[in-house]
Design a protein around this ligand. Sequence first.
Ligand code: ZN
Ligand code: CU1
Length: 171
Amino acid sequence: MTAIKTAFQFTRILLTALLLSACSEDSAPTLAAQQAAAIESGDECHLCGMIIGNFPGPKGQLFERGQGRVMKFCSTRDLFAYLLDPEHQHNIQSVFVHDMAISPWDHPDDKTYIDARTAWYVVGSSRKGAMGPTLASFSDKAHADAYAAEYGGQLYPFEQLNLTLLSQMRF
Ligand code: ZN
Ligand code: CU1
């Protein structure tokens, strides 16, 4: 009797463990499903309304929590103006920017989007984006360094970007 009861309890624990691991594996594909979308010819910047494809420089896209629709921005400058706004900051799920080490400045390539949270940014360089001064984005710190050596500016990781820094960029 006791042996049967113990065996039963063991099975229950095993089942619970299996269910738990199945649940935690479930959340990963949902996140990975959010991917940067191509810029279509008529796409407008979510912040300023400019036609994104008509302008040079790195661009950004983001998904807000629970939203299936991507928001596209004409520039990393407008992306961060939206993202760093306290009203939106805690509601952002995925963020993408162009890797300018492999993307042509004048026509950034849709295939070169990277996770914005792990990217490096050069602020204050001489190259202009859609809104004027912009943040040059790179997946690799060494590429960001090389860019800053050529075009000027300061390096920042994602976590150090803030609205004060953005407001100091002159337009
Ligand atoms: Zn814009
Ligand atoms: Cu704009």
